[in-house]
Ligand binder design. Structure first.
Ligand code: 5GP
Ligand code: ZN
Length: 115
């Protein structure tokens, strides 16, 4: 996945502000935050999108939600709440084709999610 920017972040070829890392998962601050706290959570395995998840990836995806829960504790926004978004494919507005989970936190978000 030589030209994938998130794979380059995993390899350290592009710098990032990391908030969590283990052998399978990495989380870092979005370069262009849309909320006061905007974190991206990715698998180190290159999976292009939600549409590309295989049966064998389902445990990993479950672990990502556990990591999101841990990050919300560590960065102290668990109590206030937050939103997790996964954009998938062209209609979903996905720009980086490496599966990622946006965590939006730090402000009260609107209820409209279809724009
Ligand atoms: P998408 O639209 O694909 O769901 O979201 C891609 C996200 O990746 C965007 O929010 C964008 O700001 C973020 N992003 C793109 N390139 C970089 C980068 O090099 N570093 C970081 N930290 N975030 C990036
Ligand atoms: Zn990748």
């Amino acid at each position: 996945m030589g030209d994938c920017i998130f794979c380059k972040i995993i390899k350290g070829e592009i710098p990032s502000k990391k908030v969590y890392e283990d052998e399978e998962i990495l989380a870092f601050h979005d370069i262009n935050p849309v909320t006061p706290i905007h974190i991206l959570v990715i698998s180190k395995k290159h999976i292009a999108s939600l549409a590309d998840i295989q049966k064998e990836d389902e445990v990993l995806v479950g672990k990502i939600y556990g990591v999101i829960n841990k990050i919300s504790e560590d960065l102290e926004f668990k109590k206030d709440g937050y939103r997790v978004i996964v954009n998938c494919g062209e209609n979903g507005g996905q720009e980086v084709m490496h599966l990622h989970f946006h965590i939006l936190a730090g402000k009260k978000l609107g209820t409209k999610i279809n724009s």
